[in-house]
Design a protein around this ligand. Structure first.
Ligand SMILES: [Zn+2]
Ligand SMILES: [Zn+2]
Length: 282
């Protein structure tokens, strides 16, 4: 496979998988929704997906070839941590996935605690009717900053193009899964010892700020357990999603989402939560 082929495949694999996962989880939450679906479900999903299409077009144009190029450059020079370790390819792939996932945890947590980054990340949290389409709702500013940092991270860690493709595939499938308006019932608790589940991520989208600032993991859930940011609730059905500062339909539109980082709002005092316990489960 030539370098050009790799760049082409890396550019198209993610959108194709996104569409397939969207269709799968949209169907699941249509048949067995956890929360009663909003009356404006199609309109809500349409605006979130419009933002995703816009982001994908811009990001693949600006960063697609550069990201693959950075991995290719590191591999051709045996540069970066993973190229220095005498590991067989399965162990190298596993370590790359762990390193990339740990980085996503750190990056996500920074997005909640650095005010400038939160301005962009709050676009994702301002969704008051979380469903599978919320997995695509990110501001271009946040995704561009992540892409720039990743351009430095790839050669430092010695991440290969294959690692990136496998990681992106898993991240797309995992984020669609844990944002979907579905419930795994009693299977959620054992599964969240390994991966981020729908209940675990619902807590992260709570309007109650101590819950919003928890459960940052993306693929594997153990980063939150290791860093003591893991949180559950007694009752998930009473959970209110979104941000009180961005209540209202005007923040749920394509243009409203683009404007969200630009406005100055006074953070509200944390409202009292219902059904939260703030503890780790077993
Ligand atoms: Zn977040
Ligand atoms: Zn989310």
């Amino acid at each position: 496979m030539t370098f050009g082929d790799l760049a082409w495949n890396a550019g198209w694999a993610k959108p194709a998988l996104t569409v397939a996962c969207l269709a799968l989880f949209w169907s699941w939450e249509s048949i067995w929704p956890f929360f009663a679906p909003s009356r404006q479900r199609l309109r809500h999903g349409g605006h979130n997906i419009a933002l995703a299409v816009f982001n994908t077009l811009v990001l693949s144009l600006v960063f697609g070839a550069a990201t693959v190029g950075a991995a290719h450059w590191a591999a051709s020079r045996h540069f970066g941590l993973l190229h220095q370790l005498p590991l067989a390819w399965p162990a190298r792939l596993l370590l790359a996935l762990l390193l990339l996932d740990a980085w996503l945890y750190v990056w996500h947590r920074l997005n909640h605690h650095i005010p400038l980054l939160w301005r962009f990340h709050r676009v994702h949290h301002a969704d008051d009717a979380m469903d599978v389409t919320t997995a695509t709702r990110f501001h271009l500013g946040e995704l561009s900053a992540a892409a720039v940092l990743r351009l430095g991270l790839i050669p430092l860690l010695g991440i290969e193009v294959t690692h990136l493709l496998v990681h992106e595939t898993l991240v797309v499938a995992a984020t669609m899964f844990h944002h979907a308006n579905i419930s795994l019932g009693r299977w959620d608790a054992p599964l969240r010892w390994v991966i981020v589940t729908p209940f675990m991520h619902k807590v992260h989208h709570s309007h109650y700020r101590p819950e919003t600032n928890s459960n940052y993991s993306v693929l594997f859930s153990w980063w939150d357990r290791l860093a003591s940011t893991f949180r559950t609730r007694d009752d998930y059905a009473t959970l209110k999603m979104g941000l009180d500062e961005f209540d209202g339909d005007r923040w749920q539109t394509f243009l409203g989402m683009l404007r969200t980082p630009l406005v100055n709002v006074r953070p509200q005092l944390p409202p009292k939560a219902t059904g939260e316990n703030g503890t780790s489960d077993g």
